[in-house]
Design a protein around this ligand. Structure first.
Ligand code: C5P
Length: 398
């Protein structure tokens, strides 16, 4: 799948640079060629000689090396590749990319390339959580940059949290996904995400606290495995990932229409927190305070259950339908009943009681309910839940 592909691998200056040796070996094993570029800081962590020996290629090191410029200019170098990979992508490199700086070879290549860019962030947890890095992350995602990781775990600096670089094999899988060659190549997967907004009048609405984080992570993970993803999202806090077809909706009824329009699909995952009820007597004009003090009375009507509707389609039912169940007690019992009631294949259940911090947080602890029973996964980053779930979906569709 990677045979004959040319990867321009930019190695940033972080302790995770040591993983580049293994990444290069795994890529070459799969038939890819790797042209390595070291930032000056990277040379503090890995030597040009070792990288060059493993890649079997010259290492490019500095923008103003005139020999390099004569042999292959930076424009040509950035375009001759099929994909540009930055691993590790340090906070500094991400900031340069987001700002469009081009003051060394690595950042100049990233500005000059006309190819897709995949980055594997690696940094201390506080640096990753810093608002500046999070701003840059969002900016790069909306510029179409692809991500793999970061993962959560013990870090070289002794702290624990998000910021650990993805492992070499995860990077290789993401590279395969970027070429559309992953196990979901040729498959269409529909994902719903985010809350819905149900209007009370033209300026007010009823909503819920869903951030859309799990749905967005899942869409990205499915994309990374090569799926074509239709991402139907309500007004979420988390931006949709790059490289998926985004269909933005407001209400549950809009969401149903968008889902029907996006079908057929091989699999459908309903991660949206759809409002169960809408206001039946929503006003056409902004409601006014009544001088007599009479309070408005809202009447509710039941919203369509999109998951149940799609699960119970005869013809045109996706071969795998996955629902979510946010519960605050008796998680397995309620989710098992929900699976039967809705008619979906799997339910991904989680406990969203406020003390878990899951709703709107970065981690999730889920139980997968299927024909095979209930399988509890340990608490982990939502991105990791997404990666595992996407891999399961790929297995089920294989
Ligand atoms: O019934 P409950 O809302 O707990 O079910 C949750 C699951 O059903 C989620 O997968 C959610 O996306 C889906 N759902 C839906 N349409 C609704 C309500 C829930 O698709 N109106």
């Amino acid at each position: 799948m990677l045979a004959g592909k040319k990867i321009l691998l930019i190695i940033g200056g972080g302790i995770a640079a040591y993983k580049s040796h293994e990444t290069i070996r795994r890529l070459r094993e799969r038939g890819a060629s790797v042209v390595p570029v070291l930032t000056r800081a990277a040379e503090e962590f890995v030597t040009p000689l070792s990288v060059s020996a493993l890649a079997g290629e010259k290492v490019y090191r500095d923008l103003f090396d005139l020999t390099d410029e004569a042999e292959m200019g930076h424009i040509q170098l950035s375009r001759a590749a099929d994909l540009v990979v930055v691993a590790p992508a340090t906070a500094d490199l991400m900031a340069k990319m987001a700002a469009g700086l081009a003051n060394d070879l690595a950042s100049t290549l990233l500005m000059a390339t006309d190819k897709r860019v995949l980055i594997a962030p690696a940094m201390n947890v506080r640096m990753w959580d810093h608002p500046a890095t999070q701003r840059n992350r969002a900016q790069l995602a909306s510029d179409g940059v692809l991500y793999v990781g970061p993962n959560e775990g013990d870090m070289a600096c002794g702290e624990f949290g998000a910021g650990r670089m993805a492992e070499p094999l995860e990077i290789v899988a993401a590279i395969e996904g970027a070429f559309g060659g992953g196990p979901l190549k040729g498959k269409h997967v529909l994902v719903t995400s985010g809350p819905t907004h149900e209007p009370i009048d033209p300026v007010r609405y009823i909503a819920n606290r869903s951030s859309g984080a799990q749905g967005a992570a899942l869409a990205a993970a499915l994309r990374d495995l090569g799926a074509r993803v239709s991402f139907v999202t309500g007004p979420a806090d988390v931006p949709p990932p790059a490289g998926v077809d985004v269909i933005r909706v407001q209400s549950a009824r809009d969401m149903l229409t968008a889902v029907e329009a996006a079908l057929p699909a091989d699999a459908a995952v309903f991660a949206a927190a759809v409002a169960d009820w809408r206001v039946a007597n929503a006003a056409g004009q902004k409601m006014k305070k009544d001088a007599s003090g009479t309070l408005p009375v809202l009447e509710f009507a039941e919203n369509p259950d999109i998951l149940r509707h799609v699960s119970q389609l005869g013809q045109g039912r996706p071969s795998l339908v996955v629902g979510f169940a946010a519960e605050t007690e008796k998680v397995v019992e309620h989710a098992t009943a929900k699976r039967a009631r809705k008619g979906c294949d799997w339910i991904v259940a989680n406990d969203v009681s406020p003390e878990t911090g899951i709703m709107g947080g970065r981690e999730n602890a889920v139980v997968i309910i299927s024909d095979a029973g209930a399988e509890s996964w340990p608490r982990m980053d939502k991105n990791e839940v997404a990666a595992r779930l996407a891999a399961r979906i790929a297995e089920a569709l294989a």
